[in-house]
Each structure stands twice: as C-alpha cells, then as structure tokens.
Design a binder for this molecule. Structure first.
Ligand SMILES: Cc1cc2nc3c(=O)[nH]c(=O)nc-3n(C[C@H](O)[C@H](O)[C@H](O)COP(=O)(O)OP(=O)(O)OC[C@H]3O[C@@H](n4cnc5c(N)ncnc54)[C@H](O)[C@@H]3O)c2cc1C
Ligand code: SF4
Length: 503
C-alpha cells in the first residue's frame, strides 16, 4: 500500500524529511487551500509568493518517480480545507500511512494530532534546523535564564563554523562592537536583486487579485524568487554586493531604501528553497576565499544559527502557553495607520509603507521602529502578533511569535531577552534619516511638536517602574528617572495620554 507524503507550503525541498525513503508506489500531496491563507488575512504578496513557489516546486516533484497529487486553489473539487484534502487523498489512494514533516506552527500540529486519532499519521522531525527541539530542551533544562549567545557558541562548535583549533576565528565570538554604525549621508546602497514574474507567477497574481481582494498589501510589483535556482541567485547577489557591509550597516535605516545591506533570504530559508546550513557555509567560505570582513561574516552567521535557531527552540519549548503571555498587561488596539499608513510620524510611515509595498521590512525597522512603538504604547500582544503574521512574507508562527511576544513586547516577562527593547526618538535619529523630514522634532521631549517616541518612552519606563527597576540592565535608566521632578513626570504622562487618545 502507498504512503501518503504531505508537503506543506513552507516545506518546498526535495530533501525534506517527509520524502525520505520514498518509494515508487507512494503518493506525494501538495495542496493550495483557502483555509491556510485566510485563518488570518495574509498580505496579498505573501500569498502570491507562497502559491507561485508551490506551483514551481510541483515541477521539481514531477522529476520523482512516484505519483504527485497537486490540488490547485481554483480546482472546483477543492474543499479549501487542508485536512479534508489530506483525508480525501488518503482514501482515494488507499494509503497505508500519512507522513508529514513537523509543521510551522502549533495550530497545524494540533490539526495533525487530531487527524492521528482516526488516521495513521507519522510526524517527522524537520531536519532543516541545526538544533532539534529535543536538543534545545536539553540545553535549556535547569537554566535560570536562557541566552542566545551561549546556544550560538554551542552550534558554532558543533558545526565547526568559523572555528580554528576549537577557538572562534579572530579570537572573539562576536564582533558587534565593529557593527551597527549610523548611515552616512552619502551611503551608496546597492539595488536589490529582483526578478520579473514569469507566466506561473502572473497567473497566481491574477488569482490572488480576484480571490483575496480585501487582504492587506500591494501585489505588484512582484519580484520574489520562486524557485530554488532563483533563490540561490538572490543569495549569491547578496554575498557579492551587500555582505561586505552587512555588519556595519545592519541597524541603519534610510528613507526610500527598504532593502539596505540585508540578505532578503528569510522568505527562502523559511519555505525550503534555501537550506540554512548551506547559506552559513557559503558565507564562511566568502570569509576565507573572498576576504569578506570577519565582522560581516560572523554577524550574518549569528543571525542564522543564533537568533533563528534560538527563537525556534523557544517557540516549541513554550507553546501553547507562550501565545497567551502578557507580562505588561498591554491591551491597546492597533491604530488604523498600521493599515492605511496615514501618520505624521515619518519613521512609522516609512516602515509601514514599505511593509505594505514589499511584504518585507528589515530587522531594525521591525524591532526598533514598529516594534518599539507597539511596546511603549502598550499594544495588545494578540493584535500585534496578528499584524506581524499578516504583513511579512517570511512570517510563520514559529519565528514570528517569539520575535513579537518575546523580543519586541517583552510579554514573556524576559524569557527571550533580558530587557525590553524600548528606545526614545534619539535612537531612531542616530540610526536613520527619518527624522529629517518628520512633522515632529526629535530634539523636543515634550509638547505638541515633540517626537512622540520621547515622551512615550519615558511614560513606559515610569509606568512599569515596579517591574523593571530591579533589572540590573535598567539601573541607569531608573537612576535618570529618579532625578526627574514630579512636574516633569506629570508633563510626560499628560503628553502620552493626549497622544494615545489621538490614535
Ligand atoms: C518583531 C519582529 C518580527 C519578526 N518576524 C519574523 C518572521 O515572521 N519571520 C522571519 O523569518 N523573521 C522575523 N523576524 C526576524 C528578522 O527581522 C527577519 O528574519 C529579517 O528581517 C529578514 O530579512 P533578511 O532575510 O534580509 O535578514 P538579514 O538581516 O539578512 O538576516 C539574515 C537571516 O538571519 C535570520 N534572522 C535574523 N534575525 C532573526 C530573528 N530575530 N529571528 C529569526 N531569524 C532571524 C533570518 O533567517 C534572516 O534571513 C522578526 C523580527 C522582529 C523584531
Ligand atoms: S521625530 Fe520621532 S516620530 Fe519623527 S521620525 Fe524621528 S523618531 Fe520618528
């Protein structure tokens, strides 16, 4: 009897574990179902990207010698429910077992676990990650606090990345003190490598335009890579043109430059077109062979084997209760400008507009502009999580949730990061040129014209004094707060209240 091997939309790799030991009599199933695109209303470009990648991947599957079943979104027999389509294929092909690789979120895992009460389901480990869930659990066991840096060092050693004689190359694990520079005014940012949509992508774009017209985001222009070959070309372009300055300008933001010196590969390593280990090895070889600076190579590698693995470990260790965390009791609703971009705050306007156009914003835009704003204004974790899941083409819950709940909102109480990433307008001014054209004045701390990040930041600090004043990493901030007069504190609270009532 055949085995039914299910490939999910973020598992587009011929080396995915669910295809291991494939036999000619097996059936491989890939489905486009509306339930997966509408349980939250994903950005139109995100859906177009996923569907186009799936349809292109079908061509790769066709090179296998077994039967391939591909259910298209516009197939009149499509039930538009993933689990129903799986059951249907199991029955039609009289399958012996359903095999699937570990899914991208708890929601789907739960569905497969429910399915397994009536059908034989085998859920295999996702071997694309460098640390298994079990290894992470073992590593985290009995640690009072988890720190990414130590897990990162462990993986550098395990995979022998940038190591010499069991020591880190250059004598240090981390070169961040050479990184994260402010952008000079004459900085020349290379154009991103973008592709023209082919006939498959154009067909998908027309379909999304019809079927998901009320979803957020711009469909066109569409320029993502949609095959492994194209994704490799995007990555190679990064190595040649942007990696040398990646570290230096990792935190820099420039108006009109959405892509900066980042790699733009999260879409592809998250959906299977690229393998994280191959990307790391390529960057390591760029350091040795192409003389890419060590601060750039190490900085990039740390993002992938450090942060990426770390957030995934935390997600599976702490779900499902992690999703309900709300340490700061934040409950405010997202303002309308998160959808229509109409705000006088130039930094937010730029970052949200680029998000709408590209289904992409780079890390510092997500963390220190949009995320920082959500944190210091007390936005509800549920609403912020949903927004981040909707708007980014690389968003899957295993990576989105810890970044939002843990990294930006501190809603997990400090499990992922030791202190909240809260900052005033001074940080945004230092790392960008957004303030130059803003309605508000970044140098003003209070009053009508003052930058809202300034008083919102202090309002946040003062409001959560009991929670944070004992945090050793926040001692300095609270010693400044202690010196503020009561009048000053009242002025801050009043400005914050006025602003929050206005959004
Ligand atoms: C609030 C918030 C939400 C985020 N949501 C997502 C998400 O849904 N999906 C996603 O892939 N990343 C997410 N990130 C992490 C990071 O912002 C993106 O991975 C990155 O911006 C993708 O662009 P890039 O490929 O150009 O990355 P680069 O800056 O070139 O970095 C290289 C790679 O490192 C990895 N990486 C870097 N930082 C992180 C991180 N904090 N967590 C996980 N991987 C990381 C990514 O795979 C990325 O492709 C989020 C970060 C924040 C602060
Ligand atoms: S002045 Fe404030 S609101 Fe305006 S761009 Fe600068 S940081 Fe953003």
């Amino acid at each position: 009897m055949p085995k039914l091997r299910v490939i999910l939309c973020d598992q587009l790799s011929l080396s995915i574990s669910s295809l291991k030991d494939l036999s000619e009599s097996d059936v491989v199933l890939l489905c486009e179902t509306k339930d997966e695109f509408t349980y939250i209303k994903h950005h139109k470009k995100k859906i177009a990207f996923q569907l186009s990648c799936m349809r292109h991947f079908k061509k790769e599957l066709d090179t296998l010698t077994c039967k391939i079943v591909y259910v298209r979104l516009d197939d009149p027999h499509n039930s538009q429910c993933l689990i129903t389509e799986i059951k249907k294929a199991y029955d039609i092909h009289n399958a012996e077992e359903i095999i699937v690789t570990w899914p991208c979120d708890y929601r789907l895992l739960d569905k497969f676990q429910n399915l397994s009460t009536h059908y034989p389901v085998l859920i295999l480990e996702d071997k694309r990650f460098l640390m298994s869930k079990e290894e992470f659990e073992k590593w985290s066991y009995e640690k009072k606090e988890l720190r990414m840096e130590f897990m990162y060092r462990l993986l550098r050693k395990k995979y022998n990345i940038l190591m010499e004689n069991n020591e880190p190359v250059g004598g240090q694990w981390n070169y961040d003190q050479e990184n994260r520079k402010s952008p000079p005014s004459n900085l020349n940012v290379p154009q991103p490598f973008q592709l023209e949509p082919d006939s498959i992508s154009l067909e998908v774009i027309a379909l999304i335009d019809r079927e998901f017209a009320d979803h957020f985001g711009d469909l066109m222009p569409f320029y993502f890579a949609v095959t492994r070959e194209q994704a490799l070309a995007v990555f190679e372009n990064f190595i040649q043109h942007r990696l040398p300055s990646f570290g230096l300008y990792q935190d820099a933001m420039i108006e009109g430059e959405a892509w900066m010196f980042h790699s733009h590969i999260s879409f592809y390593i998250n959906n299977g077109l690229l393998d994280p280990l191959e990307c790391i090895k390529r960057v390591e070889s760029a350091y040795y062979i192409d003389y890419i600076p060590l601060n750039a190579a190490e900085g990039f590698i740390r993002q992938v084997i450090g942060w990426r693995e770390y957030v995934r470990g935390i997600y599976w260790l702490k779900m499902p209760e992690y999703k309900n965390r709300n340490f700061l009791n934040a409950s405010r609703s997202l303002p309308q400008f998160f959808w229509d971009t109409q705000t006088k705050m130039n930094c937010l306007k730029q970052c949200i507009t680029e998000t709408k156009q590209n289904a992409y914003a780079h890390h510092i835009q997500r963390l220190m502009v949009i995320g920082n704003f959500c944190l210091i204004t007390g936005m509800s974790p549920d609403e912020v999580n949903e927004w981040f899941m909707i708007v980014y083409a690389d968003a899957y819950e295993w990576v989105e949730l810890p970044n939002v709940t843990g990294m930006i909102l501190h809603a997990d109480g400090g499990y992922l990061g030791s202190k909240p990433y809260a900052a005033s307008g001074a940080y945004i001014q230092k790392m960008s040129n957004y303030c130059d054209k803003c309605h508000y004045k970044v140098k003003l701390k209070t009053g009508e014209q003052a930058c809202p990040f300034n008083y919102l930041y202090w309002n946040f600090i003062l409001m959560h004094e009991t929670k944070f004043s004992k945090n050793p990493r926040m001692k300095m901030i609270y010693s400044v707060a202690d010196k503020m007069t009561q009048d000053r504190k009242s002025e801050i609270a009043l400005d914050a209240e006025k602003f929050l009532n206005s959004i």
